[in-house]
Design a protein around this ligand. Structure first.
Ligand SMILES: NC(=O)C1=CN([C@@H]2O[C@H](COP(=O)(O)OP(=O)(O)OC[C@H]3O[C@@H](n4cnc5c(N)ncnc54)[C@H](O)[C@@H]3O)[C@@H](O)[C@H]2O)C=CC1
Ligand SMILES: O=C(O)[C@@H]1CCC=N1
Length: 267
């Protein structure tokens, strides 16, 4: 399969490495399109595929074109791609917010897939939600799912609105986890632990708690109840979180992310 990735940043490079590592494509069949001659040179040094500087040289012949630039850069990209994408080519966009209708109209092509991955894709632990237009065949959808699955787990959603929602939950989610980890590391430092010790205490606690949850059929509430003894330390912490204020803060954060995804789609 000939794959073209446009935008060789965090996600574009993650995809390139992942597809090649999984032998879904070869380095020769994997193309990356970069924005500037400097970026062509930088990307070429990664040796994950052939690197191109002009869309007209690399778009023709690609079976699938992956759009991995920032949403704000999409209008300039659409202008560059004007008239180049053919109706039989698959377009897979991972841009937050940018809607399928916008992609269809801007690129003049019916076979569009919209996906929302996340950063743990870098180590094969990603979570990706995706959806597609009716013109994408079942066989093509399986091909795309095979590609996305090289980076972790995938879920197909019927409604496009679920892509904006997944952006707010799993797309941005790793940042929420790091936010909580950082707050606990700061607390550990305040209690006198050296930075490396604080990092170890917190990262191993997150890893252990998530793994325990994953290996059980219990809910988060069940596990909280097992940690929190009556009249004990955990109860004191949960009380200080303010009758659900931290929980509400996290929920409001996720809602703000979803609203931002929708707003990006309107720009
Ligand atoms: N970083 C993350 O955790 C996630 C990002 N996304 C989405 O993935 C997309 C890319 O995000 P990142 O990789 O983090 O961004 P990034 O900034 O690391 O990479 C974007 C790359 O696109 C290049 N670029 C911009 N315009 C271009 C053009 N016309 N032609 C060729 N290259 C061009 C830039 O030079 C840059 O290297 C965004 O749309 C974002 O919404 C989705 C899920 C998670
Ligand atoms: O923050 C963003 O806009 C992108 C989308 C999900 C994760 N990063």
């Amino acid at each position: 399969m000939k794959i073209l990735i446009i935008g060789g940043g965090n996600m574009g490079l993650t995809y390139a490495r992942s597809f090649v590592r999984a032998h879904i494509t070869s380095r020769l069949d994997l193309r990356l399109l970069a924005r500037s001659p400097e970026r062509v040179a930088t990307l070429a040094a990664h040796e994950v595929g052939t690197v191109w500087g002009r869309p007209e040289d690399c778009v023709p012949g690609a079976d699938i074109i992956i759009l991995a630039v920032k949403p704000q850069d999409s209008p300039a990209l659409f202008a560059q791609l004007q008239g180049l994408v053919q109706p039989q080519q698959l377009v897979l966009s991972i841009m937050a917010g940018v809607q399928i209708n916008t992609l269809r109209q801007a690129l003049g092509t019916p076979k569009v897939i919209r996906a929302m991955p996340n950063l743990p894709s870098q180590i094969g632990m990603g979570m990706t939600a995706f959806t597609s237009t009716d013109e994408v065949t079942r066989a093509e959808l399986v091909q795309v799912q095979n590609l996305l699955s090289t980076t972790g787990k995938t879920v197909y959603v019927e409604q496009e609105s679920a892509i904006d929602a997944s952006t707010a939950i799993s797309g941005s989610g790793p940042a929420y986890v790091y936010y909580c980890m950082e707050a606990l590391m700061a607390a550990a430092a305040q209690m006198g632990f050296a930075p490396a010790e604080a990092e170890l205490l917190v990262s191993q606690t997150f890893r252990g708690a998530v793994e325990l949850y994953s290996q059980s059929g219990l809910s988060c509430q069940d596990w909280i109840a097992r940690v929190a003894s009556k009249g004990g330390t955990t109860e004191a912490a949960l009380g200080a979180f303010g009758q659900g204020a931290v929980r509400e803060g996290l929920m409001a954060g996720a809602e703000a992310a979803r609203a931002r995804a929708e707003a990006l789609g309107r720009q």
